[in-house]
Design a protein around this ligand. Structure first.
Ligand code: HEC
Length: 151
């Protein structure tokens, strides 16, 4: 059952990302990356604090992950916390989906991440995203824009 729920969670996340990507393709134009990012240095600094206090225990203090292979299921069938530093697939999800994951977590779908809906305010969630996105290379960031970016 856990396996099934996990697959459903992943599928749901991937599907949303795909819908966003398609939306973009059929939209006006693909965003071209100007070198500017959506967040400020202040948001990254604020996010560092939020991240260390709420996320680092599972995702690593530099969002590098805490396990050798995040693709390998744990004995209970769930997936370990993936890195968020651009080396895994967080960049497949537009910002609205990242916020949704932070709000809802994965527990209800058989995952392990707790939801932060009522734990963090909106600015803190955005700051946490700014913090881990600041580890992303320009290439990964540009790919994220193609996947929906700040939508
Ligand atoms: C108790 C461990 C734990 C904590 C604390 C935690 N996460 Fe997670 N996170 C996970 C796991 C495990 C997953 C994979 C989905 C699942 O199993 O729920 C995940 C998935 C994610 C994803 C989706 C990544 C992807 O590649 O699709 C994002 C984004 C995320 N977490 C952000 C955060 C942020 C931001 C915080 C802090 C506010 C946080 N997480 C706190 C364990 C955690």
């Amino acid at each position: 059952m856990n396996r099934l729920k996990c697959s459903l969670l992943l599928l749901a996340l991937v599907c949303v990302a795909c819908r966003e990507a398609q939306h973009n393709d059929s939209g006006t134009d693909n965003p071209s990356f100007s070198g500017e990012r959506w967040y400020s240095d202040e948001q990254v600094a604020a996010g560092a604090l939020v991240f260390q206090q709420n996320c680092a225990v599972c995702h690593g203090s530099s969002a590098q992950g805490t396990v050798d292979d995040w693709r390998e299921r744990l004995p209970d069938g769930s997936f370990p916390p993936p890195p968020l530093d651009g080396s895994a697939h967080a960049w497949h999800h537009p910002r609205s989906v990242l916020i949704q994951v932070i709000n809802e977590g994965g527990v209800e779908l058989g995952g392990k991440m707790p939801g932060f809906d009522s734990v963090l305010v909106a600015d803190e969630k955005l700051a946490a995203i700014a913090y881990f996105q600041d580890f992303w290379s320009d290439e990964i960031y540009a790919n994220w824009l193609q996947m929906g970016g700040v939508n």
